[in-house]
Design a protein around this ligand. Structure first.
Ligand SMILES: N[C@@H](CCC(=O)N[C@@H](CS)C(=O)NCC(=O)O)C(=O)O
Length: 222
């Protein structure tokens, strides 16, 4: 398998499947397309007739694009990796929240670009504040789940207990909240600490810190 991604420091969509694959032990090669600095991504996309965006996965000689599609194909191909929670009710909640991230949180995503190596303090605007209070409500759904869900929660500090795709989908939010000095809730902070401590997340951070590419627009957000 080969995963095509972009800058570890800045590419939030790249982080999602990369982290899911690392945490669940799926072996893969990776190729970086630094799309602000060369034409490797557009060249590849043209050749494969796919959108010029990362992540992209090559699996069994097939090209799969878009973060959610990639993680669904991986969950299909490697059921033993438990990429989705085992309990059906948790899978439904995890899928809902993953889809919500995939199509939403525009305020937070546009005001606070992921920037793993830069810590600064920026006040949230009205749209981002709405997203932050939505995150707090969402985290309550996972950590103060109703009786039916609680009975089938797996062990662990992540959204559904054990790590799953929904944690990968929100992984860039961990960097946004942490690195721009924002606060969601105590439940969010506990999740964030567990995410930050993942050896795979630390590996990603080290790689982001070692990268030579800079994107000035993202480094001057204030
Ligand atoms: N819906 C896509 C979004 C992918 C996306 O926007 N990726 C960004 C990088 S984080 C990208 O490739 N941008 C290319 C560009 O702006 O030229 C997914 O979930 O994979």
């Amino acid at each position: 398998m080969e995963l095509f991604i972009a800058y570890k420091n800045y590419s939030s969509w790249s982080l999602r499947p990369w982290l899911a694959m690392k945490v669940t032990g799926l072996a893969f090669e990776e190729t970086i397309f630094p799309f602000y600095h060369d034409t490797s991504l557009t060249d590849f996309a043209k050749q494969e007739a796919i959108p010029a965006s990362v992540p992209i996965l090559k699996i069994d000689n097939q090209i799969v694009w878009d973060s959610m599609a990639i993680m669904e194909v991986l969950a299909d191909t490697y059921p033993e990796a438990n990429l989705w929670p085992e309990a059906k009710a948790w899978r439904a909640l995890a899928r809902s929240a993953s889809a919500e991230m995939h199509s939403g949180f525009m305020g937070l995503r546009s005001q606070f670009p992921m920037n793993c190596r830069r810590q600064t303090k920026v006040n949230a605007n009205t749209e981002s504040l709405k997203d932050i209070s939505r995150l707090a409500a969402l985290w309550k759904k996972f950590y103060q789940a109703d009786e039916v869900l609680s009975a089938s929660r797996s062990e662990g500090p992540f959204l559904c207990g054990a790590f799953s795709i929904v944690d990968a989908m929100y992984a860039p939010v961990m960097w946004r909240i942490r690195n721009y000095g924002l606060f969601v809730s105590d439940e969010f902070d506990a999740w964030s600490e567990a995410m930050f401590a993942l050896p795979a997340m630390q590996e990603w951070l080290r790689a982001a810190q070692a990268e030579e590419w800079d994107i000035a627009a993202y480094d001057s957000v204030e």
